[in-house]
Unconditional design. Sequence first.
Length: 162
Amino acid sequence: MNDTISDNGRDLSRIEAVAQAMSDLIRVMKAHKSAHGSGVPGVDPAAAGLLLAIGDRPIRVSELAHCIATDVSTVSRQVSSLTEAGLAEKVPDPSDRRVAIVELTEPGRRAADDLRAVRLDQFAALFADWSDSEIQEFQGYLRRLVQAVSSELGTRASSLTR
């Protein structure tokens, strides 16, 4: 059997090229994040994703950790950083007062709005020479890939996608 053809007839060299392109994308997006930070003064890049994940809803630290696919201790430290910065607050969960829930403060909501605006500006610049139909097609392929990865991960991934 040709080693570039899988048992189901797929050309493995094409799949390998996609895997390499995904690795390249992850690497350059990390470099982009490193070069630009969060884009919002006073918001640590590590906390940016957390602000966006909290959004407009009160959420338990454990659920937040699940949403961003990391461990509770890491999220707890990041939440502490957000509360010290005045961007979030912990309040007792009304359904179980032993547990704290996290919600954004007004400055935290403004920072999250600013983060979304910066992200939109950055991606608009990256896609400046793409047509609307190319962007739509790419978005469809990305969503399809996210669903495939989520399906492979099982129920744990359901909260990772919006």
